[in-house]
Design a protein around this ligand. Sequence first.
Ligand code: ATP
Length: 228
Amino acid sequence: MASKRRTIALFGGTFDPVHFGHLRMALELRQALGFGEMRLLPSHRPRHRESPGVSAVHRREMLSLALRGCDELSMDDRELVRGGDTYTVDTLEQLRGELGDGVSVSFCMGLDSLLTLPAWHRWERLLELAHLVVVARPGWRMPRKGDGGAEAEVAELLARRAGEVEHLHSEPGGRLVVREQTLLPISATDIRNLISGGQSPRFLLPAAVLQYIEDNQLYRQAAPAAGK
Ligand code: ATP
């Protein structure tokens, strides 16, 4: 039987801008996996992708507008506060230091991110600090032993660390749980392209976020200006 362990899930991203795909995914994960808390974790400057197009201040403000009145989701802005290059392992170490060893922490990521995991800073430490919940679109193929390069490393990790949803409640970390879930076909890239092309992204993101984008004239330039 599952214990009453506190369970915290983190859903990381640049949220540039936050949209309904992110929000639905976070809410469905919380509901389906029974997390006590689901925190959206905006990254400052992720090393494994392009820098966000707008400042940390704007991205935090848009996320907080999106979450206004939503009790099921919250924001953890520690990576923006820390600044500089964002390393997930630093975030999880900091969180572990605050929460102690008993709390269950789950870091949620898409399968596309999992495939890049061996390139992340101190990636093997991540599973000592937290569970990884990997969201796979239905029909996606998981890496297998016999695949080459990074995929083989990920397949080996899957074989060693694979767990079930129950483990997210009974253990503080260390498991890799795959969850199949349909994603809304929305991306921040498409939203930025719509705006820079003079078209409306209405109904892809919360109205308050769109209003903020318009008020601050964000994403009007086609090429994102890197950094802050
Ligand atoms: P971009 O288009 O700039 O790459 P994005 O829309 O993919 O942005 P990110 O902020 O990079 O958003 O992603 C944050 C997290 O949300 C990632 O784990 C990503 O896999 C996930 N995600 C992105 N789009 C969706 C979606 N439509 N539904 C569910 N999850 C999504």
